[in-house]
Design a protein around this ligand. Structure first.
Ligand code: CA
Ligand code: CA
Length: 567
Protein backbone atom coordinates (compact mmCIF):
# COMPACT_ATOMS: atom_id res chain seq x y z
CA UNK A 1 0.00 0.00 0.00
CA UNK A 2 1.24 3.47 -0.83
CA UNK A 3 2.22 5.49 2.16
CA UNK A 4 0.07 8.33 0.87
CA UNK A 5 -3.03 6.16 1.24
CA UNK A 6 -2.52 6.02 4.99
CA UNK A 7 -3.47 8.80 7.35
CA UNK A 8 -0.42 10.28 9.06
CA UNK A 9 -1.63 8.97 12.44
CA UNK A 10 -3.94 6.00 12.39
CA UNK A 11 -4.19 5.80 16.15
CA UNK A 12 -2.37 3.85 18.84
CA UNK A 13 -2.21 0.11 18.10
CA UNK A 14 -1.46 -2.92 20.26
CA UNK A 15 1.81 -3.23 18.35
CA UNK A 16 2.83 0.31 19.31
CA UNK A 17 1.95 -0.36 22.94
CA UNK A 18 3.99 -3.61 22.96
CA UNK A 19 6.92 -1.74 21.44
CA UNK A 20 6.74 1.36 23.62
CA UNK A 21 10.09 0.93 25.37
CA UNK A 22 12.02 0.73 22.06
CA UNK A 23 10.13 3.46 20.16
CA UNK A 24 11.82 6.60 21.45
CA UNK A 25 9.67 9.20 19.66
CA UNK A 26 6.61 8.49 21.76
CA UNK A 27 5.53 7.39 25.25
CA UNK A 28 2.19 5.59 24.86
CA UNK A 29 2.03 3.74 28.21
CA UNK A 30 2.34 4.72 31.85
CA UNK A 31 5.50 2.94 32.99
CA UNK A 32 7.10 3.60 29.56
CA UNK A 33 6.27 -0.04 28.65
CA UNK A 34 3.56 -2.54 29.60
CA UNK A 35 6.02 -4.10 32.06
CA UNK A 36 6.69 -0.73 33.69
CA UNK A 37 10.49 -0.74 33.62
CA UNK A 38 10.61 3.03 33.04
CA UNK A 39 13.78 2.58 31.03
CA UNK A 40 14.64 4.52 27.87
CA UNK A 41 17.37 3.58 25.37
CA UNK A 42 17.92 7.33 24.70
CA UNK A 43 21.39 8.58 25.62
CA UNK A 44 21.88 12.11 24.25
CA UNK A 45 21.20 13.31 27.74
CA UNK A 46 23.85 11.39 29.68
CA UNK A 47 26.31 11.66 32.54
CA UNK A 48 28.47 14.05 30.47
CA UNK A 49 25.72 16.32 29.12
CA UNK A 50 23.02 16.38 31.80
CA UNK A 51 24.51 19.46 33.48
CA UNK A 52 23.22 21.45 30.46
CA UNK A 53 19.59 20.38 30.87
CA UNK A 54 17.29 23.44 30.86
CA UNK A 55 13.51 24.03 30.78
CA UNK A 56 11.88 24.42 27.35
CA UNK A 57 8.27 25.10 28.34
CA UNK A 58 5.93 24.68 31.27
CA UNK A 59 2.19 24.25 31.63
CA UNK A 60 0.11 25.27 34.64
CA UNK A 61 -2.75 22.98 35.70
CA UNK A 62 -4.35 26.19 36.96
CA UNK A 63 -7.61 26.86 38.75
CA UNK A 64 -7.70 26.87 42.53
CA UNK A 65 -7.15 23.11 42.36
CA UNK A 66 -3.66 22.07 43.34
CA UNK A 67 -2.77 19.20 45.75
CA UNK A 68 -0.74 16.15 44.71
CA UNK A 69 0.32 15.77 41.05
CA UNK A 70 1.35 12.12 40.81
CA UNK A 71 0.79 11.89 37.07
CA UNK A 72 2.89 10.63 34.17
CA UNK A 73 2.52 12.45 30.84
CA UNK A 74 2.02 10.50 27.60
CA UNK A 75 3.55 11.70 24.32
CA UNK A 76 2.01 10.85 20.94
CA UNK A 77 1.24 12.45 17.60
CA UNK A 78 2.80 15.80 18.55
CA UNK A 79 0.68 15.98 21.69
CA UNK A 80 1.32 15.62 25.41
CA UNK A 81 -1.57 14.10 27.38
CA UNK A 82 -1.32 14.83 31.08
CA UNK A 83 -3.74 14.23 33.96
CA UNK A 84 -3.94 16.34 37.11
CA UNK A 85 -5.50 16.42 40.55
CA UNK A 86 -9.32 16.38 40.82
CA UNK A 87 -9.76 14.12 37.76
CA UNK A 88 -8.59 16.63 35.13
CA UNK A 89 -6.79 15.96 31.85
CA UNK A 90 -5.25 18.15 29.15
CA UNK A 91 -3.83 17.76 25.66
CA UNK A 92 -0.88 20.07 24.94
CA UNK A 93 1.20 20.84 21.87
CA UNK A 94 4.42 18.87 22.45
CA UNK A 95 6.56 21.59 20.83
CA UNK A 96 5.19 24.66 22.56
CA UNK A 97 3.14 23.50 25.55
CA UNK A 98 0.12 25.33 24.16
CA UNK A 99 -3.16 23.93 25.52
CA UNK A 100 -5.17 22.10 22.82
CA UNK A 101 -8.08 21.01 25.00
CA UNK A 102 -9.01 20.43 28.63
CA UNK A 103 -11.44 18.01 30.28
CA UNK A 104 -12.55 18.36 33.86
CA UNK A 105 -14.58 15.45 35.18
CA UNK A 106 -17.65 16.59 37.11
CA UNK A 107 -17.12 15.10 40.59
CA UNK A 108 -20.08 14.62 42.92
CA UNK A 109 -19.98 15.76 46.54
CA UNK A 110 -19.10 12.93 48.87
CA UNK A 111 -16.30 11.19 46.97
CA UNK A 112 -14.00 9.31 49.37
CA UNK A 113 -10.44 9.14 48.09
CA UNK A 114 -8.37 7.94 51.06
CA UNK A 115 -5.09 9.55 50.10
CA UNK A 116 -5.48 12.85 48.27
CA UNK A 117 -7.25 13.79 45.03
CA UNK A 118 -4.46 12.51 42.79
CA UNK A 119 -4.42 10.88 39.37
CA UNK A 120 -1.55 8.70 38.16
CA UNK A 121 -1.91 8.93 34.40
CA UNK A 122 -3.91 7.85 31.35
CA UNK A 123 -3.80 5.16 28.67
CA UNK A 124 -3.86 5.63 24.89
CA UNK A 125 -5.64 3.31 22.48
CA UNK A 126 -6.70 3.93 18.89
CA UNK A 127 -7.82 7.60 18.88
CA UNK A 128 -8.78 7.50 22.57
CA UNK A 129 -7.17 8.72 25.76
CA UNK A 130 -8.61 6.83 28.75
CA UNK A 131 -8.35 7.74 32.44
CA UNK A 132 -10.02 6.90 35.72
CA UNK A 133 -11.66 9.32 38.13
CA UNK A 134 -12.11 9.92 41.84
CA UNK A 135 -15.79 8.93 41.65
CA UNK A 136 -14.74 5.53 40.22
CA UNK A 137 -15.49 6.11 36.57
CA UNK A 138 -13.41 5.22 33.54
CA UNK A 139 -13.68 7.88 30.84
CA UNK A 140 -12.48 7.67 27.22
CA UNK A 141 -11.95 10.92 25.31
CA UNK A 142 -11.21 11.64 21.67
CA UNK A 143 -7.48 12.49 21.48
CA UNK A 144 -8.08 15.35 19.04
CA UNK A 145 -11.08 17.04 20.62
CA UNK A 146 -11.23 15.97 24.29
CA UNK A 147 -14.89 14.97 23.76
CA UNK A 148 -16.20 12.01 25.80
CA UNK A 149 -16.55 8.85 23.67
CA UNK A 150 -17.57 6.46 26.48
CA UNK A 151 -17.90 6.62 30.26
CA UNK A 152 -18.19 3.50 32.45
CA UNK A 153 -18.73 3.05 36.19
CA UNK A 154 -16.07 1.08 38.11
CA UNK A 155 -17.85 1.15 41.47
CA UNK A 156 -20.21 2.99 43.83
CA UNK A 157 -18.37 6.05 45.16
CA UNK A 158 -20.88 6.21 48.02
CA UNK A 159 -19.53 2.85 49.21
CA UNK A 160 -15.96 4.18 49.08
CA UNK A 161 -14.92 3.15 45.58
CA UNK A 162 -12.60 5.54 43.72
CA UNK A 163 -9.78 5.16 41.23
CA UNK A 164 -6.50 6.97 40.69
CA UNK A 165 -4.26 4.46 38.87
CA UNK A 166 -3.42 4.60 35.18
CA UNK A 167 -5.23 1.98 33.07
CA UNK A 168 -3.16 -0.69 31.29
CA UNK A 169 -3.84 -1.77 27.70
CA UNK A 170 -3.38 -5.45 26.81
CA UNK A 171 -4.53 -6.84 23.45
CA UNK A 172 -7.17 -4.19 22.89
CA UNK A 173 -8.52 -4.48 26.43
CA UNK A 174 -8.29 -1.77 29.05
CA UNK A 175 -7.33 -3.26 32.42
CA UNK A 176 -8.23 -1.42 35.62
CA UNK A 177 -8.36 -1.97 39.37
CA UNK A 178 -10.25 -0.10 42.11
CA UNK A 179 -9.33 1.92 45.20
CA UNK A 180 -11.16 1.92 48.52
CA UNK A 181 -9.54 -0.67 50.79
CA UNK A 182 -9.95 1.67 53.78
CA UNK A 183 -13.75 1.58 53.28
CA UNK A 184 -14.32 -2.18 53.02
CA UNK A 185 -14.82 -2.30 49.26
CA UNK A 186 -14.00 -5.54 47.40
CA UNK A 187 -10.92 -5.39 45.19
CA UNK A 188 -11.36 -6.31 41.54
CA UNK A 189 -9.57 -6.34 38.22
CA UNK A 190 -11.67 -5.55 35.14
CA UNK A 191 -10.98 -5.94 31.44
CA UNK A 192 -13.02 -3.86 29.00
CA UNK A 193 -13.01 -3.49 25.24
CA UNK A 194 -10.83 -0.40 24.94
CA UNK A 195 -12.80 0.96 21.95
CA UNK A 196 -16.27 0.66 23.52
CA UNK A 197 -15.75 0.35 27.28
CA UNK A 198 -17.86 -2.83 27.29
CA UNK A 199 -16.93 -5.21 30.14
CA UNK A 200 -15.17 -8.41 28.97
CA UNK A 201 -14.25 -9.97 32.31
CA UNK A 202 -14.02 -9.11 35.97
CA UNK A 203 -12.02 -10.86 38.63
CA UNK A 204 -12.58 -10.09 42.34
CA UNK A 205 -9.46 -10.32 44.50
CA UNK A 206 -11.12 -11.60 47.70
CA UNK A 207 -11.95 -15.30 48.05
CA UNK A 208 -15.61 -16.20 47.73
CA UNK A 209 -16.60 -13.56 45.17
CA UNK A 210 -17.74 -14.61 41.67
CA UNK A 211 -15.80 -13.70 38.53
CA UNK A 212 -17.50 -13.08 35.17
CA UNK A 213 -16.49 -13.51 31.53
CA UNK A 214 -18.71 -12.10 28.78
CA UNK A 215 -21.59 -11.84 31.27
CA UNK A 216 -21.34 -15.49 32.34
CA UNK A 217 -20.19 -16.80 35.73
CA UNK A 218 -16.51 -17.67 35.53
CA UNK A 219 -15.78 -19.32 38.88
CA UNK A 220 -15.40 -17.83 42.33
CA UNK A 221 -12.07 -16.44 43.44
CA UNK A 222 -10.25 -18.91 45.69
CA UNK A 223 -12.33 -21.19 47.93
CA UNK A 224 -15.07 -19.76 50.16
CA UNK A 225 -13.98 -19.42 53.81
CA UNK A 226 -10.64 -21.13 53.22
CA UNK A 227 -8.72 -18.14 54.61
CA UNK A 228 -11.47 -15.78 55.85
CA UNK A 229 -13.84 -16.47 58.77
CA UNK A 230 -17.64 -16.10 58.52
CA UNK A 231 -18.85 -13.20 56.41
CA UNK A 232 -15.70 -11.06 56.70
CA UNK A 233 -14.83 -11.72 53.03
CA UNK A 234 -17.91 -9.75 51.95
CA UNK A 235 -16.14 -6.44 52.71
CA UNK A 236 -12.64 -7.83 52.46
CA UNK A 237 -10.68 -5.00 50.84
CA UNK A 238 -7.67 -6.20 48.79
CA UNK A 239 -8.07 -3.10 46.64
CA UNK A 240 -6.14 -3.13 43.37
CA UNK A 241 -5.48 0.57 43.70
CA UNK A 242 -2.20 0.78 41.79
CA UNK A 243 -3.43 -1.05 38.72
CA UNK A 244 -1.40 -3.67 36.87
CA UNK A 245 1.63 -4.41 34.69
CA UNK A 246 1.99 -7.00 31.91
CA UNK A 247 4.51 -9.71 31.04
CA UNK A 248 3.99 -10.09 27.29
CA UNK A 249 6.25 -13.15 26.85
CA UNK A 250 4.35 -15.19 29.45
CA UNK A 251 1.01 -13.50 28.69
CA UNK A 252 0.20 -12.64 32.31
CA UNK A 253 -1.20 -9.47 33.85
CA UNK A 254 0.30 -8.70 37.27
CA UNK A 255 -1.83 -6.84 39.80
CA UNK A 256 -0.96 -6.05 43.39
CA UNK A 257 -3.66 -6.16 46.06
CA UNK A 258 -3.99 -3.99 49.15
CA UNK A 259 -4.75 -4.65 52.78
CA UNK A 260 -7.47 -7.00 53.95
CA UNK A 261 -10.26 -5.00 55.60
CA UNK A 262 -10.56 -3.96 58.33
CA UNK A 263 -7.02 -3.17 59.51
CA UNK A 264 -7.83 -4.82 62.88
CA UNK A 265 -6.57 -8.29 61.99
CA UNK A 266 -8.03 -10.01 65.07
CA UNK A 267 -11.47 -9.87 63.43
CA UNK A 268 -10.34 -12.00 60.49
CA UNK A 269 -8.00 -14.84 61.55
CA UNK A 270 -6.42 -16.57 58.52
CA UNK A 271 -4.24 -15.59 55.58
CA UNK A 272 -7.10 -13.54 54.02
CA UNK A 273 -6.40 -14.39 50.39
CA UNK A 274 -5.81 -12.66 48.06
CA UNK A 275 -5.02 -9.52 50.05
CA UNK A 276 -1.48 -8.07 50.20
CA UNK A 277 -0.44 -10.24 47.27
CA UNK A 278 0.74 -10.23 43.69
CA UNK A 279 -1.79 -11.88 41.37
CA UNK A 280 -0.97 -13.12 37.88
CA UNK A 281 -4.12 -13.08 35.72
CA UNK A 282 -4.62 -14.44 32.22
CA UNK A 283 -5.65 -11.63 29.85
CA UNK A 284 -8.10 -13.74 27.81
CA UNK A 285 -10.20 -15.24 30.61
CA UNK A 286 -9.55 -13.27 33.80
CA UNK A 287 -8.53 -16.42 35.72
CA UNK A 288 -5.85 -16.25 38.42
CA UNK A 289 -2.83 -18.17 37.11
CA UNK A 290 -0.76 -17.79 40.28
CA UNK A 291 -0.54 -15.68 43.39
CA UNK A 292 2.11 -14.81 45.93
CA UNK A 293 1.18 -13.25 49.26
CA UNK A 294 3.86 -10.96 50.66
CA UNK A 295 2.10 -10.26 53.99
CA UNK A 296 -0.24 -13.10 55.08
CA UNK A 297 -2.87 -11.91 57.59
CA UNK A 298 -1.74 -8.29 57.18
CA UNK A 299 -2.26 -6.37 60.41
CA UNK A 300 -0.21 -3.27 59.56
CA UNK A 301 -1.82 -2.01 56.31
CA UNK A 302 1.25 -3.01 54.38
CA UNK A 303 -0.84 -3.61 51.27
CA UNK A 304 0.89 -5.47 48.49
CA UNK A 305 -0.07 -3.19 45.66
CA UNK A 306 3.41 -2.24 44.55
CA UNK A 307 4.19 -2.74 40.87
CA UNK A 308 5.60 -6.11 39.75
CA UNK A 309 8.13 -5.47 36.98
CA UNK A 310 9.21 -8.24 34.58
CA UNK A 311 12.95 -8.31 33.81
CA UNK A 312 15.57 -10.83 32.69
CA UNK A 313 17.89 -11.55 35.59
CA UNK A 314 21.46 -12.65 34.98
CA UNK A 315 22.47 -15.01 37.76
CA UNK A 316 25.13 -17.74 37.90
CA UNK A 317 25.66 -17.50 34.12
CA UNK A 318 21.96 -18.05 33.42
CA UNK A 319 19.11 -15.76 32.43
CA UNK A 320 16.08 -16.08 34.69
CA UNK A 321 12.65 -14.87 33.52
CA UNK A 322 12.02 -12.93 36.70
CA UNK A 323 9.86 -10.16 38.05
CA UNK A 324 10.55 -7.85 40.98
CA UNK A 325 8.49 -5.90 43.47
CA UNK A 326 9.57 -3.59 46.30
CA UNK A 327 6.77 -4.19 48.79
CA UNK A 328 5.41 -1.75 51.35
CA UNK A 329 6.43 -4.33 53.99
CA UNK A 330 10.12 -3.50 53.39
CA UNK A 331 11.26 -6.45 51.26
CA UNK A 332 12.39 -6.47 47.63
CA UNK A 333 10.95 -9.66 46.14
CA UNK A 334 12.13 -11.54 43.07
CA UNK A 335 9.80 -14.21 41.66
CA UNK A 336 9.68 -16.34 38.52
CA UNK A 337 7.31 -14.29 36.37
CA UNK A 338 5.92 -17.36 34.61
CA UNK A 339 4.86 -19.45 37.60
CA UNK A 340 5.22 -17.15 40.62
CA UNK A 341 7.91 -19.34 42.21
CA UNK A 342 9.72 -17.52 45.03
CA UNK A 343 13.35 -16.65 44.26
CA UNK A 344 14.40 -14.13 46.93
CA UNK A 345 13.31 -11.46 49.40
CA UNK A 346 15.86 -8.83 50.48
CA UNK A 347 15.36 -5.87 52.80
CA UNK A 348 15.50 -2.50 51.04
CA UNK A 349 14.87 -0.46 54.21
CA UNK A 350 16.76 -0.71 57.49
CA UNK A 351 14.04 -2.18 59.72
CA UNK A 352 11.25 -4.78 59.38
CA UNK A 353 9.94 -5.28 62.91
CA UNK A 354 6.94 -7.38 61.84
CA UNK A 355 8.94 -10.43 60.75
CA UNK A 356 11.98 -12.48 61.68
CA UNK A 357 12.66 -12.88 57.96
CA UNK A 358 11.33 -14.69 54.93
CA UNK A 359 11.74 -18.48 54.73
CA UNK A 360 14.03 -19.03 51.75
CA UNK A 361 12.34 -22.33 50.81
CA UNK A 362 8.67 -21.42 51.10
CA UNK A 363 8.84 -17.65 50.61
CA UNK A 364 6.59 -17.24 53.65
CA UNK A 365 7.47 -14.61 56.26
CA UNK A 366 8.16 -15.76 59.82
CA UNK A 367 6.03 -13.52 62.02
CA UNK A 368 7.63 -11.62 64.89
CA UNK A 369 5.66 -10.75 68.01
CA UNK A 370 4.74 -7.20 66.94
CA UNK A 371 1.11 -7.46 65.88
CA UNK A 372 -1.01 -4.70 67.45
CA UNK A 373 -3.04 -6.23 70.29
CA UNK A 374 -6.61 -7.57 70.25
CA UNK A 375 -9.10 -4.95 71.47
CA UNK A 376 -11.90 -7.53 71.98
CA UNK A 377 -11.76 -7.20 75.76
CA UNK A 378 -10.85 -3.51 75.86
CA UNK A 379 -11.58 -0.33 73.94
CA UNK A 380 -8.08 -0.27 72.66
CA UNK A 381 -5.69 -3.16 72.15
CA UNK A 382 -2.00 -3.10 73.02
CA UNK A 383 -0.07 -0.45 71.09
CA UNK A 384 3.09 -1.58 69.31
CA UNK A 385 5.84 0.13 67.35
CA UNK A 386 6.21 -1.13 63.80
CA UNK A 387 8.66 -0.35 61.03
CA UNK A 388 8.07 0.21 58.19
CA UNK A 389 5.02 2.36 58.89
CA UNK A 390 1.86 1.69 56.90
CA UNK A 391 3.03 4.33 54.41
CA UNK A 392 5.55 1.68 53.51
CA UNK A 393 9.20 1.04 52.80
CA UNK A 394 7.95 2.10 49.40
CA UNK A 395 4.49 3.40 48.64
CA UNK A 396 2.82 3.98 45.25
CA UNK A 397 5.81 5.71 43.62
CA UNK A 398 7.19 3.45 40.92
CA UNK A 399 10.76 2.19 40.79
CA UNK A 400 12.73 1.79 37.53
CA UNK A 401 14.92 -0.95 36.04
CA UNK A 402 17.98 -0.17 33.92
CA UNK A 403 18.78 -2.84 31.33
CA UNK A 404 22.43 -1.71 31.13
CA UNK A 405 23.30 -1.64 34.82
CA UNK A 406 20.95 -4.50 35.75
CA UNK A 407 19.88 -2.47 38.79
CA UNK A 408 16.49 -1.43 40.15
CA UNK A 409 16.21 2.12 41.51
CA UNK A 410 13.82 2.08 44.47
CA UNK A 411 12.33 5.24 46.02
CA UNK A 412 12.28 4.13 49.68
CA UNK A 413 11.38 5.74 53.01
CA UNK A 414 12.59 5.10 56.55
CA UNK A 415 9.74 5.51 59.00
CA UNK A 416 7.85 3.59 61.66
CA UNK A 417 4.52 3.90 63.47
CA UNK A 418 2.84 3.44 66.78
CA UNK A 419 -0.25 1.37 65.92
CA UNK A 420 -3.13 -0.03 67.98
CA UNK A 421 -6.41 -1.78 67.20
CA UNK A 422 -9.95 -0.75 68.09
CA UNK A 423 -13.35 -2.42 67.71
CA UNK A 424 -14.98 -1.79 64.32
CA UNK A 425 -18.01 -2.96 62.31
CA UNK A 426 -18.64 -2.46 58.59
CA UNK A 427 -20.87 0.47 57.66
CA UNK A 428 -21.30 1.47 54.01
CA UNK A 429 -19.34 4.59 53.18
CA UNK A 430 -17.51 4.83 56.52
CA UNK A 431 -13.84 4.23 57.23
CA UNK A 432 -13.33 0.54 58.06
CA UNK A 433 -10.03 0.42 59.91
CA UNK A 434 -10.38 -0.52 63.57
CA UNK A 435 -6.93 0.94 64.11
CA UNK A 436 -5.19 4.13 65.15
CA UNK A 437 -1.63 5.19 64.44
CA UNK A 438 1.06 7.87 64.50
CA UNK A 439 3.92 7.90 62.03
CA UNK A 440 7.47 8.76 63.13
CA UNK A 441 10.73 9.19 61.21
CA UNK A 442 13.38 6.60 62.10
CA UNK A 443 16.35 8.94 61.67
CA UNK A 444 17.01 12.63 62.30
CA UNK A 445 18.82 13.44 59.06
CA UNK A 446 16.72 11.71 56.40
CA UNK A 447 13.50 9.84 55.64
CA UNK A 448 13.72 9.31 51.87
CA UNK A 449 16.35 7.06 50.32
CA UNK A 450 16.72 6.34 46.61
CA UNK A 451 18.39 2.92 46.59
CA UNK A 452 19.98 0.98 43.74
CA UNK A 453 19.19 -2.71 44.30
CA UNK A 454 21.00 -5.55 42.59
CA UNK A 455 18.19 -8.09 42.11
CA UNK A 456 20.61 -11.01 41.69
CA UNK A 457 22.31 -10.47 45.06
CA UNK A 458 19.68 -8.51 46.98
CA UNK A 459 22.39 -5.98 47.86
CA UNK A 460 22.04 -2.20 47.91
CA UNK A 461 24.71 -0.89 45.51
CA UNK A 462 24.29 2.82 46.28
CA UNK A 463 21.90 5.14 48.01
CA UNK A 464 20.96 8.81 48.01
CA UNK A 465 19.44 10.11 51.24
CA UNK A 466 16.79 12.87 51.21
CA UNK A 467 15.51 14.83 54.23
CA UNK A 468 11.80 14.61 53.24
CA UNK A 469 10.12 11.33 52.27
CA UNK A 470 10.45 10.43 48.59
CA UNK A 471 7.03 10.26 46.93
CA UNK A 472 7.76 10.55 43.19
CA UNK A 473 8.38 8.02 40.44
CA UNK A 474 11.79 7.08 39.06
CA UNK A 475 13.02 6.83 35.45
CA UNK A 476 16.35 5.52 34.14
CA UNK A 477 18.05 5.76 30.74
CA UNK A 478 20.83 4.34 28.57
CA UNK A 479 22.59 7.65 29.25
CA UNK A 480 23.44 6.04 32.61
CA UNK A 481 21.06 8.37 34.41
CA UNK A 482 18.39 8.01 37.07
CA UNK A 483 15.77 10.79 37.38
CA UNK A 484 13.45 11.45 40.30
CA UNK A 485 11.96 14.36 42.26
CA UNK A 486 11.85 15.45 45.89
CA UNK A 487 9.19 17.10 48.08
CA UNK A 488 11.67 19.94 48.55
CA UNK A 489 10.90 20.83 44.92
CA UNK A 490 13.94 19.49 43.12
CA UNK A 491 13.91 17.36 39.99
CA UNK A 492 17.25 15.50 40.09
CA UNK A 493 19.48 13.31 37.93
CA UNK A 494 21.92 10.77 39.36
CA UNK A 495 24.67 8.63 37.88
CA UNK A 496 23.01 5.20 37.50
CA UNK A 497 26.25 3.39 38.38
CA UNK A 498 27.46 5.40 41.35
CA UNK A 499 24.50 7.41 42.66
CA UNK A 500 26.41 10.67 42.30
CA UNK A 501 24.03 13.63 41.98
CA UNK A 502 24.75 15.26 38.61
CA UNK A 503 21.97 17.81 38.10
CA UNK A 504 19.03 19.37 39.88
CA UNK A 505 16.35 21.93 39.08
CA UNK A 506 13.97 23.69 41.49
CA UNK A 507 10.40 23.33 40.18
CA UNK A 508 8.64 25.54 42.73
CA UNK A 509 6.61 22.80 44.46
CA UNK A 510 7.23 19.24 45.62
CA UNK A 511 7.80 16.70 42.84
CA UNK A 512 5.68 13.56 43.28
CA UNK A 513 5.11 12.92 39.56
CA UNK A 514 6.56 10.29 37.23
CA UNK A 515 9.29 11.45 34.80
CA UNK A 516 9.39 10.47 31.11
CA UNK A 517 11.75 11.01 28.21
CA UNK A 518 11.31 10.97 24.43
CA UNK A 519 12.90 12.22 21.22
CA UNK A 520 11.47 15.01 19.07
CA UNK A 521 13.13 16.64 16.03
CA UNK A 522 16.37 14.88 16.88
CA UNK A 523 16.55 16.12 20.44
CA UNK A 524 15.91 14.28 23.70
CA UNK A 525 13.27 15.73 26.02
CA UNK A 526 12.48 15.00 29.68
CA UNK A 527 9.24 15.93 31.44
CA UNK A 528 7.89 15.72 34.97
CA UNK A 529 4.91 17.16 36.86
CA UNK A 530 5.45 19.25 39.99
CA UNK A 531 2.84 19.68 42.75
CA UNK A 532 3.22 18.57 46.34
CA UNK A 533 0.60 16.33 47.93
CA UNK A 534 -0.38 12.68 48.21
CA UNK A 535 -0.78 10.65 51.39
CA UNK A 536 2.07 12.11 53.47
CA UNK A 537 0.51 15.51 54.33
CA UNK A 538 -2.79 13.75 55.18
CA UNK A 539 -1.63 10.70 57.11
CA UNK A 540 2.00 11.38 57.97
CA UNK A 541 1.75 12.22 61.70
CA UNK A 542 5.10 13.54 62.92
CA UNK A 543 6.42 13.42 59.36
CA UNK A 544 3.56 15.59 58.06
CA UNK A 545 4.62 18.31 60.50
CA UNK A 546 8.11 18.28 58.97
CA UNK A 547 6.82 18.93 55.44
CA UNK A 548 3.91 21.28 56.21
CA UNK A 549 5.63 24.37 54.77
CA UNK A 550 6.06 22.95 51.25
CA UNK A 551 4.05 24.96 48.70
CA UNK A 552 1.35 23.22 46.70
CA UNK A 553 1.40 23.47 42.91
CA UNK A 554 0.40 22.01 39.59
CA UNK A 555 2.84 22.40 36.71
CA UNK A 556 4.27 20.26 33.93
CA UNK A 557 7.97 20.98 33.31
CA UNK A 558 9.65 20.00 30.02
CA UNK A 559 13.45 20.02 29.61
CA UNK A 560 16.07 19.51 26.90
CA UNK A 561 19.79 20.19 26.48
CA UNK A 562 20.76 23.83 26.03
CA UNK A 563 21.65 24.24 22.35
CA UNK A 564 24.48 26.65 23.04
CA UNK A 565 26.25 23.82 24.81
CA UNK A 566 26.48 21.78 21.60
CA UNK A 567 29.98 21.49 20.09
CA1 CA B 1 7.67 4.67 22.91
CA1 CA C 1 -4.34 0.26 52.53
Amino acid sequence: MLASCLPAFAGVTDQMISNDAASTDDVVTVGMSQGGQRYSPLNKINTSTVADLVPVWTFSFGDEKQRGQETQPLIYNGKVFVTGSYSRIWALDAKTGERLWAYQHRLPDGIMPCCDVVNRGAALYDNLVIFSTLDAHLVALNQDTGKVVWNETLGDYKAGYSNTAAPLIVDGKVITGVSGGEFGIVGRVDARDARTGKLVWTRPTVEGHMGYLNGQENGITGKLNASWPGDMWKFGGAATWLGCTYGADVRLIYCGTGNPAPWNSHLRPGDNLYSSSTLAITPDTGKIAWSYQTTPHDGWDFDGVNEFIPFDMKKDGKTVKAGAKADRNGFFYVLDRGNGKFISASPFVTRQTWTKGVDAKTGRPIEADTRPGDPAQAERGKQVFSAPSFLGGKNWMPMAYNQNTGLFYVPANEWGMDIWNEPIAYKKGAAYLGAGFTIHPLYDDYIGALRAMDPATGKIVWEYKNPAPLWGGVMTTAGDLVFTGTPEGYFKAFDAKTGKELWKFQTGSGVVGQPVTWEQDGEQYVAVASGWGGAVPLWGGEVAKKVKDISQGGMLWVFKLHRAAAP
